[in-house]
Design a binder for this molecule. Structure first.
Ligand code: RFL
Ligand code: PHB
Length: 393
């Protein structure tokens, strides 16, 4: 087989890149380890920045998002029982969209099927070769048979545990990491959200996020120690703990119901540099992970896709191979700002049991400053809705 770009991974990065390349007349094949049902069963991100929304529109997959997604012009913070609404639109000129990663992925899969894009699901043993040669090669197994694809470029969209990052030699790859001493216990339920806007709350018992997927589906998260086991959390225990961490005005409004999904995710900040090596580009979680507190994971994946798609269009249509090494530089500049914001939000809102008195007072002062000053709120707003993309020239 031969194609212009092999994309490893059919998560949001791989599918969105595939769709944009297809529309630009650049042939591509996607290789995915799991089945489509498995990929759609993963409950992950819920908030789209306006730049991500624009990119999904450019990719021609926004019909359902525009009809069903909820535009949020604000977000709320809460600590010491006091609520701080942040008017995102007023302060930054932009809004965010509530539309889940599962739905984005479903729309991208449907578009690819309709347009006849080639995707191999349930592949095994994907191997990347010849990244420094005149053509790269990707080998894989599919239903017990061995296959080989020759291509000009490989997009590693295979998430944190994928194989692509390992194709960069150890002496070239640099890794930066922070691991946090807690995780998020998430619960999805068909209950109306407790508030119109998302609420990020600090409480002495730990952080809480009240999020949503629609007007009838809620997503809540509780900060928990990493030693917690999800099986020890019955629905009743989850609702009870959530109520304890919310002020009475909200706790009394909370509508409870059976969970559709519950899981614990550890929190991590991680960046791999460079994001390009020979004919390979790393995209999304394959190159970087953020703690979910800033809602940046999926949005940074879309940011990488934006830069790579623009660069590959110029490479294939205008012969601009000089842009290839620019990908890493452009993508990383925005990635590090997303990393900084996610780290900052995590530090601002969580309960750190290992912090001494001084650090706790600084955290308190930070919360008071950022949430009560318009300048502080504007900083949060412009990062939350997403920083602008740089032009690719
Ligand atoms: P994905 O979504 O992980 O997709 C990678 C795809 O590659 C496949 N794959 C392979 N395919 C072929 N061969 C191999 N060797 C392969 N190895 C892996 C995988 O099966 C998968 O289908 O990465 P992508 O596309 O870069 O998208 C990134 C986003 O998914 C991610 O940033 C966010 O979901 C992060 N994230 C969250 N972000 C938020 O903004 N808000 C959240 O609430 C939120 N919750 C989460 C999350 C990430 C989680 N993970 C990864 C542990 C919750 C969890 C549990
Ligand atoms: C979610 O709805 O899953 C969600 C929303 C905002 C975040 C993280 C997760 O910051």
């Amino acid at each position: 087989m031969k194609t212009q770009v092999v994309i490893i991974g059919a998560g949001p990065s791989g599918l969105l890149l595939g769709q944009l390349l297809q529309h630009a007349g650049i042939s591509n094949i996607i290789l995915e380890r799991q089945s489509p049902e498995y990929v759609l069963g993963r409950i992950r991100a819920g908030i789209l920045e306006s730049g991500t929304v624009d990119l999904l529109r450019k990719a021609g997959v926004s019909r359902r998002m525009d009809a069903e997604g909820l535009v949020h012009d604000g977000v709320e913070f809460l600590f010491n029982g006091k609520r701080y609404p942040i008017p995102l639109k007023k302060l930054s000129g932009k809004s965010v969209m509530v539309y889940g990663q599962t739905e984005v992925t479903r729309d991208l899969m449907a578009a690819r099927n309709e347009e006849g894009g080639t995707t191999f699901y349930q592949t095994r043993n994907v191997e990347i070769h010849d990244l420094q040669e005149t053509a790269a090669r990707v080998d894989f197994e599919y239903h017990g048979e061995k296959y080989s694809v020759e291509c000009e470029y490989v997009a590693g969209c295979d998430g944190f545990h994928g194989v692509s990052r390992q194709a960069i030699p150890k002496e070239i790859l640099r890794e930066y990491e922070r691991v946090y001493p807690f995780g998020w216990l998430g619960m999805l339920s068909d209950t109306p959200p407790v508030n119109d806007e998302l609420i990020y709350a600090h409480h002495d018992r730990g952080f809480v996020l009240c999020s949503q997927r629609s007007l009838t589906r809620s997503r809540y998260y509780l900060q928990v120690p990493l030693t917690e086991n999800v099986d020890d959390w019955t629905d009743d225990r989850f609702w009870e703990e959530l109520r304890r961490r919310l002020p009475d005005t909200l706790a009394n409004k909370l509508q409870t119901g059976p969970s559709l999904e519950k899981s614990i995710a550890p929190l991590r900040s991680y960046v791999a540099e460079p994001m390009q090596y020979g004919r390979l580009f790393l995209v999304g979680d394959a190159a970087h992970i953020v703690p979910p507190t800033g809602a940046k994971g999926l949005n940074l994946a879309a940011s990488d896709v934006n830069y790579l798609w623009r660069i590959l269009c110029k490479v294939f249509h205008e012969g601009r191979t000089d842009l290839i090494p620019r990908y890493s530089e452009l993508a990383l500049r925005r990635v590090w700002k997303g990393e900084r914001f996610s780290w900052f939000m995590t530090g601002l809102l969580h309960e750190f049991h290992d912090r001494d008195g001084f650090d706790q007072r600084i955290q308190q002062a930070d919360r008071e400053y950022y949430l009560s000053s318009e300048a502080g709120q504007t900083t949060i707003a412009e990062n939350y809705v997403g920083l602008p993309f740089e032009p690719v020239e």
